[in-house]
Design a protein around this ligand. Structure first.
Ligand code: ATP
Length: 364
């Protein structure tokens, strides 16, 4: 260990503020991919940081929980993937140890006694910057760390303040040529890095369908995923598709879902073997219906969806369980898409609300 490193560690142990320049890079890392590695390497060398803490979230408050590896397995992927970076990258389990929703403000507060705010750098991708003003306790975040935003394919770096999320503009004193100053005294910097066109969600799909991932992750991480059997299909845990569709339909009926229909689509070329469709009376009801299905499936099968889309708007929420996709619409949006017409050739399972049927039976 170098003398510099030793003295830093010593001062941290006795509670002194180190003068090291430290980056904080959080994420789900589900799985870790080359985009993450490129971010860390580019920012470290461009900003001359002494080290970057890679911090896997226990639960990202802005992303729904999806099916995938355990917290420890995500940590291990990070350890394996960043091994070659030596002491410059610390894979840090503080959010996982803390558990619950992983708020960045709380994580930055936990660095307060180790690193002075002017030496702390929060690193995020450009996709995260688009709604950065809506992050929990954004004022506090902007007090505790400088912000570094890295380019990402599909997201344009802002040229002027007009391109900023609205709620962030009021926090800025000045912005010019990719460099800004927050009123809190912290800085904002945009870093362009070579495009690495990959996302964890796309990789999860590739892994589940057995497509090649070698262009997008290191061989060591890929080997770890294979050795642990991560990202396998969830079908075997769910069992028979028709019973699963009927089970989810019950969860929708119980929450007053309207026009609940289930289809067997195995005779059609369709991304899933079964489909479930229902309507809610409002965007809130639509989201509540989706939550009810997720909870029922979690309780019964201990399975989360592979992906969840549309919950922030609630017009059309989609839960992908691989073997079955659940579509929940805010009522009139369902008419626009006419999915049932596409599924005409499928078999309508004729699902019925069992509680209602039982009540009818007892009245007869
Ligand atoms: P998902 O596709 O599930 O949303 P992700 O690929 O964005 O996942 P995260 O773990 O959420 O992965 O990302 C952690 C951080 O890395 C975020 O700040 C994100 O913006 C950044 N990041 C991820 N992929 C890239 C990439 N290809 N280029 C630049 N930044 C990236």
């Amino acid at each position: 260990m170098s003398d510099k490193k030793k003295s830093e560690l010593q001062s941290e142990l006795v509670g002194e503020m180190s003068s090291a320049r430290v980056g904080v890079f959080g994420g789900t890392f589900n799985p870790l991919h080359l985009g993450h590695l490129a971010c860390v390497r580019t920012v470290r060398s461009r900003l001359n940081l002494d080290r970057i803490h890679v911090i896997p979230a226990a639960q990202n408050p802005r992303k729904p929980r999806t099916e995938g590896p355990s917290d420890q397995e995500r940590l291990e992927m990070c350890r394996i993937g960043f091994e070659g970076e030596g002491e410059h990258v610390v894979v840090d389990d503080r959010e996982i140890r803390r558990g619950g929703l992983s708020y960045t403000a709380t994580t930055l507060e936990s660095f307060m006694h180790e690193v002075a705010p002017e030496n702390l750098y929060l690193i995020i991708g450009m996709d995260q910057f688009d709604d950065f003003d809506r992050w929990h306790r954004i004022d506090r975040i902007l007090e505790l760390a400088n912000v570094v935003v890295v380019s990402r394919p599909g997201h344009v770096l802002p040229v002027s303040l007009v391109d900023f999320p609205e709620g962030l503009r009021e926090h800025l004193d000045d912005f010019d040529r990719g460099f800004g100053q927050f009123r809190s005294g912290r800085t904002l910097e945009f870093v362009r890095m070579p495009d690495v066109d990959v996302s964890a969600s796309e990789l999860r799909k590739r892994l589940r369908t057995g497509r090649s991932v070698e262009k997008y992750m290191t061989i060591e991480v890929e080997e770890y995923i294979k050795s642990k059997g991560l990202y396998g299909p969830i079908g075997p845990r769910i069992g028979d598709g028709e019973s699963f569709a009927r089970f989810c339909a019950e969860a929708l009926f119980a929450k007053k879902g309207l026009q609940v229909r289930a289809y067997d689509l195995r005779e059609l070329t369709s991304p899933s073997e079964y489909a479930l469709i229902a309507s809610g009376t409002s965007t809130r009801h639509t989201v509540a219906l989706a939550e009810a299905v997720q909870k029922a499936v979690k309780d019964e099968f201990n399975v989360f969806p592979q992906s969840v889309e549309g919950v922030s708007e609630g017009r059309w929420v989609l839960l992908d369980y691989g073997i079955m996709i659940v579509h929940i619409f805010y009522d009139f949006v369902r008419q626009e898409y006419r999915l049932e017409e596409l599924w005409r050739e499928g078999r309508d399972l004729g699902v019925k609300d069992s509680v209602l049927e039982a009540a009818k039976g007892s009245r007869a």
